[in-house]
Design a binder for this molecule. Structure first.
Ligand code: AMP
Length: 333
């Protein structure tokens, strides 16, 4: 039996694991104003973008720094909201002109399927990331969904290879910038792709085989997102064998808007890994599995609101509550 003080210390350590601002994550990606249409309604010109969702989600576990660009039309209230979540904005460039706009429409019968209606790059058009000294030594780097050559540029500007480099991408880059994307994939440790992107990139239908094809390019971990059906994670062990892990999404009865669920998933996943403070070589299969569950939980909050409406209001107790819900959902006894 643990004496009282030790029990207390163990609890305190557990809480610390949830939020560890010593372990910073640098994220490069988009910050956008999104207009989306889902079966729950329409929402125009609301805060979005891969870096916005990622950073907000990761902020519940660690301290994210954003490398991105917005226009002079960017609402100060959104800057303040990021700051209130302790997100470092010193790498955010504000340029004369309009913020990136994206519009999408979801299939009312299949929320895993969406159509891009428009993409207006605006100030993103000639964005060239320029890392500040303090960002060049970040130990964890997340290359959120943007043009692969910009992702590569950020990686090149780091002074030493970050301890963990992870990336995400999307269909348009697979279609139009495949060579750049393949070059980048060889340099990352963890890759997040959705199931259709994985098939598009590898030309292999079976996702286990396709995920192995991706890890053979370099990444040690491939996380394949399957929207409302959860994920498959394939990680390469020291002896080069593979470990597979699958988990469902948390069943949610009122999905309003799935936009950003993938980025929020990655934010929870990477944020949790950062909070452990471990080097890549020390991260074990249990850490990766827990990261996948925290990612799943963060995605479940995002889909419950339009834009970041729900994600920005999450509490630590709610995260822990959903962790317990997840355990109940997936255990037999
Ligand atoms: P997700 O639903 O996780 O795939 O992410 C959706 C987010 O990606 C939206 O908030 C968009 O603003 C952003 N997005 C869409 N297209 C692009 C693009 N071409 N480059 C960067 N971000 C994009």
């Amino acid at each position: 039996m643990m004496p009282g003080t030790q029990v207390q210390r163990a609890r305190i350590n557990l809480n610390k694991l949830m939020l560890n601002t010593d372990n910073k994550i640098l994220v490069v990606g988009s910050i956008a104003y999104d207009s989306v249409e889902t079966s729950a309604g329409k929402n125009s010109e609301a805060l979005g973008g891969s870096a916005a969702y990622f950073a907000l989600s990761a902020s519940y576990f660690s301290r994210p720094s954003i490398i991105a660009i917005v226009g002079s039309d960017f609402d100060k209230a959104h800057l303040n909201m990021f700051k209130s979540r302790n997100i470092d904005l010193t790498g955010l460039k504000i340029k004369d002109g309009k913020t990136f706009r994206w519009a999408g429409k979801y299939d009312p019968n299949n929320l895993n399927h969406r159509e891009t209606i428009s993409t207006d790059l605006n100030v993103f058009e000639d964005f060239m990331p320029n890392l500040k000294t303090e960002h060049k030594t970040s130990s964890i780097l997340f290359l959120a969904n943007i043009q692969p050559d910009l992702q590569m540029e950020v990686l090149k500007q780091t002074d030493t290879k970050p301890n963990i480099v992870a990336m995400d991408s999307m269909n348009i880059w697979i279609q139009h910038n495949k060579d750049d994307l393949l070059r980048l994939i060889t340099k990352v440790d963890i890759i997040f792709l959705d199931e259709s992107e994985l098939r598009q990139l590898t030309g292999i239908h079976n996702i286990v085989d396709a995920s192995k094809a991706i890890t053979s390019l370099g990444p040690k971990v491939a996380v394949i997102k399957k929207g409302e059906y959860g994920l498959l994670m394939n990680s390469v062990n020291i002896d080069n064998s593979f470990s597979l892990f699958a988990c469902p999404a948390l069943p949610i009865d009122s999905v309003l808007d799935p936009t950003g669920a993938g980025d929020s998933f990655a934010g929870g996943f990477m944020g949790y890994l950062a909070s452990t403070g471990k080097d890549l070589s020390k991260i074990c299969s249990q850490d990766l599995r827990k990261a996948a569950i925290y990612g799943t939980i963060m995605g479940s909050f995002t889909v419950q609101g339009f834009s970041v409406d729900r994600l920005k209001l999450v509490t630590d107790d709610e995260i822990q509550g959903r962790y317990k819900d997840f355990e109940k959902l997936t255990t037999i006894s």
